[in-house]
Design a protein around this ligand. Structure first.
Ligand code: ZN
Length: 141
């Protein structure tokens, strides 16, 4: 048996419409830390900060907020999150046409990986493109 993927061409990063970083926290113990990180992000990066979800939502197993960002932001934001996530876990995933694969197979974790409920995600969807940022950065990262 040969591996069916053996002769396949590699996937192109042009599949990626945008990225999400999901910042997880515990409402009882680490919400203040999450608030501080969210403030720091907003002061430094042109991104779209999502609503607070103090209860579990979608495939996520803990409270979290979402940071949506354009491909061009990745190389500044992700290394900065690696250095500044503190005790928080962060899931960084691409947005392609397969949200389940984006979250379960292809993401990277900063901090400790957490459970995800991938069965709640479709395997086919429109690629999410970056939306206009809602931050006004004043500091360099
Ligand atoms: Zn996401």
């Amino acid at each position: 048996m040969t591996d069916p993927s053996e002769n396949a061409a590699p996937r192109s990063t042009s599949e990626i419409g945008s990225f999400h970083a999901h910042v997880y926290y515990d409402p009882a113990t680490t919400r203040l830390e999450a608030e501080r990180l969210r403030g720091w992000i907003g002061e430094r990066f042109s991104v779209t900060l999502g609503r607070w979800h103090d209860v579990r939502v979608g495939p996520h197993d803990q409270a979290m907020f979402q940071v949506a960002f354009a491909r061009q932001i990745f190389s500044e934001l992700v290394p900065w999150l690696m250095l500044n996530h503190g005790r928080l876990s962060i899931l960084v995933h691409p947005n392609t046409t397969n949200p389940r694969r984006d979250h379960l197979t292809d993401p990277l974790w900063i901090g400790s990986p957490l459970a995800l409920h991938g069965e709640k995600l479709p395997e086919e969807a429109a690629t999410e493109q970056a939306v206009p940022p809602n931050t006004n950065p004043v500091f360099r990262p």
